[in-house]
Design a protein around this ligand. Structure first.
Ligand SMILES: Nc1nc2c(ncn2[C@@H]2O[C@H](COP(=O)(O)OP(=O)(O)O)[C@@H](O)[C@H]2O)c(=O)[nH]1
Ligand SMILES: [Mg+2]
Length: 272
């Protein structure tokens, strides 16, 4: 917690690392934000609406607030944490459903205002209220996290896989680091459900991490298992450890982005 609180991006114009969460409805994006918020609050909270059924009212409400940024604080009256989590509306399989590649691009580039509502029948254009025409480095995405349900990794629809593949290529081109949050590890393995410290001893989980790495085209070291707070009322230090490890990984990846950026700038200057 301390190393997260004291993290500072290496670029002076940026005070917070901006991490974009992308994944299908129900994967645990809102729950991840809630869980991190809970760890720093010291008790379980649920600011972001999270829902269980894809047709439930809560999910519909979530979809209305289809893009929003969440800031986190170190405790109830604490200072803002140097990380911002951006939550997107679910990524649906079909074309024309959910976020499309161009919307993702606008988010990555920092054009979208907070709480932007996507309209599937009218594409995003630069005249929408709050659209940032020339976003700064602080508005851009510094790290992308795919949020994927561990139980669904082996039954991922081909359309969704294609979409994630296309986004990965775009994200790679922009030099933005990508990691995968594998959620619901408790549901995926009874051993882990009982005792989350068994996570790296579980054969199931090892297989799932490997499968996620292969299917999504990211190195195994970029797949991070987490167990979000979902039904429980009390914090558990072992869940906290996984959650905080994921955040630290995000911050290290954001650092890679900033380093890469200054390298690119230097080589441009050298050419000139
Ligand atoms: N058991 C378990 N349930 C989870 C976990 N993460 C999320 N959930 C549940 O999965 C459902 C969907 O989560 P939500 O955060 O709304 O998904 P989103 O659509 O990606 O924002 C909710 O009922 C959560 O309580 C997890 O790690 N373990
Ligand atoms: Mg959500």
């Amino acid at each position: 917690m301390e190393s997260i609180k004291t993290y500072k991006p290496t670029v002076s114009s940026v005070s917070q690392a901006r991490v974009l969460l992308i994944g299908p409805v129900g994967a645990g994006k809102s729950s991840f934000f809630n869980s991190i918020n809970s760890v720093f609050r010291g008790h379980v909270t649920s600011q972001a609406i999270s829902g269980s059924s894809t047709t439930s009212l809560t999910t519909q409400i979530c979809a209305i607030l289809s893009f929003r940024t969440y800031s986190l604080k170190a405790g109830r009256e604490g200072k803002p944490l140097p990380i911002i989590l951006c939550d997107t509306m679910g990524l649906e399989e079909g074309k024309g459903a959910g976020l499309d590649i161009d919307d993702i691009s606008s988010i990555l580039e920092g054009h979208l205002p907070n709480c932007y509502q996507f309209n599937p029948s009218a594409p995003l254009h630069s005249e929408v209220h709050g659209y940032r025409k020339s976003p700064g480095l602080r508005d851009k995405t510094h790290c992308v996290a795919y949020v994927i349900d561990a139980c669904k990794i082996s039954i991922m629809p081909a359309k969704l896989e294609e979409k994630l593949d296309a986004i990965r290529r775009k994200v790679n081109l922009k030099g933005i680091p990508l990691l995968v949050l594998l959620t619901k590890v408790d549901k995926a393995c009874p051993l882990v459900k009982e005792d989350v410290t068994k996570i790296y001893a579980s054969g199931y989980i090892t297989d799932m991490l490997q499968e996620a790495s292969m299917q999504l085209g990211v190195p195994l070291s970029c797949v991070v298992p987490v167990r979000n707070y979902s039904e429980e009322l009390e914090l558990d230090v072992n869940c906290d450890i996984l959650l905080l490890t994921a955040v630290i990984q995000m911050l290290r990846f954001a650092d890679n982005y900033f380093d890469e950026l200054s390298d690119r700038l230097n080589s441009v200057e050298m050419k000139e």
